[in-house]
Write a protein that binds this ligand. Sequence first.
Ligand code: DHB
Ligand code: FE
Length: 283
Amino acid sequence: MTTGTDNPTAHGSGNAATDKFKKNRVSADTSRERANAIYKDLLGAIGDVARKHEVTYDEYRVVKQWMIDVGEYGEWPLWLDVFLEHDIEEINYNRHAYTGTKGSIEGPYYVPDAPELPSHCEMPMRDKDKAATPLIFRGQVTDIDGNGLAGAHLELWHADEDGYYSQFAPDIPEWNLRGTIVADEEGRYEIKTLQPAPYMIPHDGPTGWFVESYGGHPWRPAHLHLRVTHPGYREITTQLYFKGGKWIENDVATAVKPELLLDPKTEGDNNVVDYSFALDKED
Ligand code: DHB
Ligand code: FE
């Protein structure tokens, strides 16, 4: 497995993700009763696993050390988004009778307020990025009856051809491969970007040790991240993958869905793909 020499370390990208997350103090309107029920079930479930496997004192101490390390490396956003977020996403999708485009995990690398770009645009990229295969991504944002939503916003962010995200790895311009595309009056867009590569979660810190300890691999299939919004409609946070791509069948983050697979066609020097988004009305 080659990782290149200037790979961002777990420490670097982990700390950047933790710092970004900490900037917003989050809260939830969870009642004391609900908190109590969740807490009891959670501790009960952990106790059941410990009993089932007769966890030893050495194993208990290793877990304690590992949790301390995850915090010190700033890797909690990474670990949680890889191993837990897909369940949270599914639970909250199933709460409603949605029929629009499926969502997927946000992951740790979303940054709000990316600069606006017109409906037909090229993503901000370096000359080096232009050496990768160009990807033309086009389609329409509609309601669930297929009516175009004028001026819908598509926030797009993805890794470069080496698997690095701007603002989370060194020496990449701030908004590289990030933008808020404003769809046209019919909700259409045509975005020129680059074909991303599979992404390896930082593996040189405690998340990597965890994956290694159970004989797993640290890879996610190549993906585009999108958040699609229009006033009055359910916001969709999702990811799009590439049919037949490496790691599609065994994404470390368990976030691939069949509805989210792109199948680009080669046209000259470009890969070209149509994908449209149908937004449910807000409840
Ligand atoms: C992680 C990275 C991603 O790009 C993603 O989509 C999900 C998780 C991670 O490193 O934790
Ligand atoms: Fe990602």
